[in-house]
Design a protein around this ligand. Structure first.
Ligand SMILES: [Zn+2]
Length: 431
């Protein structure tokens, strides 16, 4: 079956972001022609005056949560422990799967046509990915790490991560991931905001160079690339020298490590969606103590520095939402694009380029998606207003298309999150 998207302006996802008025012809889920063509026997989709972009790629998502902040943010409670052990049990499996299925649908309906998930419970993301691929569920193209790997008391240990301390134990966890059918390996070299023990020192190093190297060597031997939760300069050194391919969240790093990462063709994945609300929303809203807010600010400052250093060194910088974190909704990728432009001082065109083609390159799927080109998948985000004038245009898709299939349904929103983040956006604009 052929379908034609006609009358729209194309923003093709390349660095130059050429905006051209052209029609797109799709056959069997692929773009076969951009320009003018015969409409005989073709289903026509009227996009008159609309803007057509490549679908967004979310490089860093967790799929178990809605982003709604809980009352006891970060506090390790007995009730949380009970919930985690239930979710990880055989009985909990259908419960977590149902949540993840709902969340991947939300991601797609918000314009995300590919995503990488980096830490799950009970292998849920892998099962949902397979169901999406078989057409049983609605969702983006998914690339999943399964549960993350760390050391005892490392970030996520006992929740979305599993731990071991010896090199042999860590390698065994990588081997287990292969059996589970993952696409990436995710590790947590440092802690996060909630793990910090003192003011000014978030991203405490948890994995040693030897432990990091053990995981990366085994992963590379098996043909996987490794993503690492890394939130401090010390962590950047260990992660990069240990062999990590993508640094998640990131911080500033030395010239020597920039050289190593560039040679490896590695990347940084910035995630402003948790960093900005946690550091900037009032404590009455986030329920964070003064130390956590201070440390969130340190993380955000370091993230910007790391991103700037990477760009100067010619290292790719991608973006993801860290969906499931407090205030990081599954429909929030458009906002990450907006934050990225604001914090990294980029034009909307540059931010869109990073959220589409650059993310595709980091993911290794640039030959099949990430830009509007003949031969690539018909993965499209169609919006009513020009995002090059205002990235808020991306927040309300007119249509989302994945592999040529059209989705019109609107994702469910959380009013509280939207109100808080809208106020933050205004604050950032006036700053
Ligand atoms: Zn994360």
């Amino acid at each position: 079956m052929k379908e034609a998207f006609i009358g729209g302006y194309l923003i093709d996802g390349t660095k130059e972001a050429k905006t051209i008025k052209a029609d797109i012809l799709v056959e069997d889920g692929k773009i076969i022609k951009i320009g003018k063509f015969d409409l005989d026997g073709v289903e026509v989709i009227d996009c008159l005056g609309k803007f057509i972009l490549p679908g967004l790629i979310n490089m860093h998502a967790h799929l178990f949560g809605s982003g709604k902040p809980s009352k006891n943010l970060g506090a390790k409670s007995k009730s949380q422990e009970i919930l985690v052990s239930f979710v990880n049990s055989k009985m909990g499996r259908p419960v977590i799967d149902k949540l993840v299925a709902k969340h991947v649908e939300t991601e797609l309906l918000s314009g995300v046509t590919s995503l990488r998930s980096v830490g799950d419970f009970n292998c849920s993301d892998l099962r949902i990915r397979d169901k999406v691929n078989r057409g049983k569920l609605i969702g983006p193209h998914m690339y999943c790490s399964g549960a993350a790997i760390t050391v005892p008391s490392g970030h996520g240990d006992g929740t979305f991560a599993q731990s071991a301390s010896t090199p042999e134990g860590l390698k065994a966890l990588v081997d287990q991931r292969k059996e589970q059918g993952v696409d990436w390996i995710k590790i947590c070299v440092t802690g996060g905001v909630m793990d910090a023990k003192r003011k000014g020192a978030p991203g405490e190093v948890k994995m040693s160079l030897e432990q990091t190297k053990a995981v990366c060597d085994e992963a590379h031997k098996l043909g996987y690339r490794v993503a690492s939760h890394t939130e401090s300069p010390d962590g950047m050194r260990i992660a990069i020298e240990g062999g990590v391919d993508t640094l998640e969240h990131s911080a500033d790093f030395s010239l020597e490590d920039q050289k190593i990462l560039k040679e490896r063709n590695g990347a940084l994945i910035l995630t402003f969606s948790p960093a900005i609300p946690l550091s900037m929303l009032p404590p009455e809203v986030t329920k964070l103590n003064e130390m956590c807010i201070f440390n969130s600010n340190v993380i955000m400052t370091n993230m910007i520095k790391g991103g700037q250093e990477a760009e100067q060194a010619g290292i790719r910088v991608g973006l993801g939402t860290d969906a499931s974190c407090p205030f990081c909704a599954q429909y929030g990728m458009w906002r990450e694009v907006w934050y990225y432009a604001k914090m990294m001082k980029k034009t909307p065109a540059e931010a869109i380029h990073h959220a589409t083609l650059v993310n595709a390159e980091i993911l290794g799927v640039e030959k099949i998606t990430g830009s509007l080109e003949e031969g690539k998948a018909a993965d499209l985000l169609i919006v009513a207003h020009n995002p090059l004038n205002d990235l808020n245009a991306l927040s309300e898709p007119y249509l989302v298309v994945k592999d040529g299939t059209i989705y019109k349904k609107k994702p469910e929103h959380n009013k509280f999150i939207d109100e808080q983040l809208k106020a933050l956006q205004e604050k950032l604009l006036s700053a």
